[in-house]
Structures are given as C-alpha cells and as structure tokens.
Design a protein around this ligand. Sequence first.
Ligand SMILES: *[C@@H]1O[C@H](CO)[C@@H](O)[C@H](O)[C@H]1NC(C)=O
Ligand SMILES: *[C@@H]1O[C@H](CO)[C@@H](O)[C@H](O)[C@H]1NC(C)=O
Ligand SMILES: *[C@@H]1O[C@H](CO)[C@@H](O)[C@H](O)[C@H]1NC(C)=O
Length: 314
Amino acid sequence: MRVLSLAYLLVALCGIHAAVVPQKDSKRNDRPIIGVLAQELKNPEPKRNSYIAASYVKTLEAAGARVIPVMVNRPEEEYRQLFKSINGILLPGGGANLLTSGYAKAAGVFYKLALEANSQGDYFPVWGTCLGFEQLLVITSGENLLCRTNTSGVSLPLEFTQDVTESRLFKDFPPELMTSLATENITVNFHKWSISMENFTKSEELKKFYKILSTNTDGNIEFISTMEAYDYPVYGTQWHPEKNAFEWSQTYYPHTPSAIKTTFYMADFFVNEAKKSLHSFASEEEAQKHLIYNHNPEFSGAIGSSFLQKYYFD
Ligand SMILES: *[C@@H]1O[C@H](CO)[C@@H](O)[C@H](O)[C@H]1NC(C)=O
Ligand SMILES: *[C@@H]1O[C@H](CO)[C@@H](O)[C@H](O)[C@H]1NC(C)=O
Ligand SMILES: *[C@@H]1O[C@H](CO)[C@@H](O)[C@H](O)[C@H]1NC(C)=O
C-alpha cells in the first residue's frame, strides 16, 4: 500500500496525470461490443470503399465479444453517438495515411473521447495494432516521428522491458507463455515504419504517456513493439496478435501452440478491458442493427495477399 501511494504521489508531483486507470471490477459488462475501425481501400470499386480484415473480428469474437464495424468518413456526431454505445475500439493494421485518411480522423475522434471519458471515471479501452499502433503514436505526440525499418515480413521474439511484470497487459499471462514470447519467433512484424527508441525517448509527449513493454530490432534500429499508456486503458502492438490464429498466406506466420495462445491471451486481455465499460446501445434491437453480422466476409486470401477474409463496405 505504501509503495502504491508513494507511486501515486510521485505521479501527482510530476504532474503527469491526476488519474490512475480506474478499476471497475465490481460492475462487469459480460456482453461487450467492440468497434473495429474500417479503412479506405487503396483501389476502391463501386460499393467497395473501405474494408476490415476478418481476422481482427474473429480474434475478438473468440475471446467473447461481439463486433460492430466503425465506418470511415462519417460525421463526428455519429462517432459520438457510437462511442456511448460501444465498450472499446480496435484500430487494425493496414495501409491508411496517418494524417489525412478517414481512418486517421475517426481514430482521432475516438481517442479524444476515450481520454475525456476515462479522466472522468468512465472506462473505454483503445487498442492499436500495427498501423493502429502507429496511429496512436501520431495522435499522442501530435507529429509523425516514425522511421523506416526492415521489418516487412518477419516473426520475432519480444524483448521485454523490466516494466512488463507490473504491466496491466502481461501481468496475468501464464509464465510459460511469457517465456515463449521472449524466446520463440511468434510475433509477426509486417510494417515498414516503426517508432525508434531514439525518437520515442526524445518525445516528452510519448515518454510521459506510454510505458514501453517490449522492443525489437531490425538488426540496425531498436524500435518499440508493445506499449500501454500509464494512466489510460490505451494499448498498442506494432506486431500482429491476430495473424497467428487467423491468417495463413505467408510462410512466416507462426501457428505453433504458443503462437495460437498468444492470439488468444492478447484478445482475452482486451475483451476483459471492454467488460469494464458500461456503455450500451439503447436496446438489443439497436445493437443488432450495427453488428458486423449484417455484413458477410469474403474470401480474399489468394496466396500472397495479406488477408484470408475481408469485410467490404460501401
Ligand atoms: C525521428 O523522426 C524524424 C521525423 O520527425 C524522422 O525523420 C527520423 O527518421 C526519425 N529518426 C529515428 C532514428 O527514428
Ligand atoms: C532485412 O531483413 C532480412 C531478415 O529479416 C534480411 O534477410 C535482409 O538482408 C535485410 N535487408 C536489409 C536491406 O538489411
Ligand atoms: C528466429 O528467426 C531467426 C531468423 O529470423 C532465426 O535466426 C532464429 O533461429 C529463430 N529462432 C527460433 C527460436 O526459432
């Protein structure tokens, strides 16, 4: 207890943020609905302007959540309404522009609403994977500090920092899975851009907001691979937890038992975060109108393509 209150005092003294992440274990919402953000297609066609890779949806479903698609290029008011109805948002990987795309704009709105809500004692978790991770960094720092790395197609073990044992994200992972994560090539890196340790450390905004949980290197540049916010339920991985269980097009995607457990434990963590959010739709009927089951995923997984199945949206 003493250590805790001292830590709290230090945080308060440093003026970082007044609030610690609120715990809402007493009231739990066992019917969480999580928004997954769509993104613009590079080559749109009639009725196909944006998409969501089904692997993100399946990952959340497997851990006990339902999903609604959050469409891009909608008015802020629509996002505000949706925010009150859902229990968390996942920003998936992909290739949208981090400053100008509809993906970037929607992510910015939800991030802002989440921080406001969480500092008022409400709970709303945000997760970014790969592009979503990079998007979180750009939003938090207010600038693009990414650099090119040689990481477009490699599975790596995580290099955990000392902070990992006290992290919310990893602290309840089974010890043998932590050992696998630290020694086996089971985290899929599929990105050309990264936040280097150098640039992260230079940014006051990033340093005070995010705790680094793991790093990796492309042999040349050390970059951050997993992070969680100190005072908010905001989480990011530069790597892809969802690919291990649900994507098959690349030979370096790992499907070993520990790789599959990784997908599940990451999803289990985030879905349990969403269960702390008591937002809800006005009725079950209203929720059903939004659920992703109103759309059908299509097989898009010819060898070499990034995703096995995709949802396409108008
Ligand atoms: C740091 O960020 C700048 C952009 O502000 C970028 O040009 C540079 O490559 C980055 N350097 C490293 C080492 O990450
Ligand atoms: C990039 O990394 C791969 C291993 O993942 C290596 O084979 C390749 O030589 C590297 N390329 C450069 C330009 O460093
Ligand atoms: C992980 O992959 C690297 C090449 O990217 C290889 O050198 C290393 O032996 C692999 N490690 C394990 C434990 O499979």
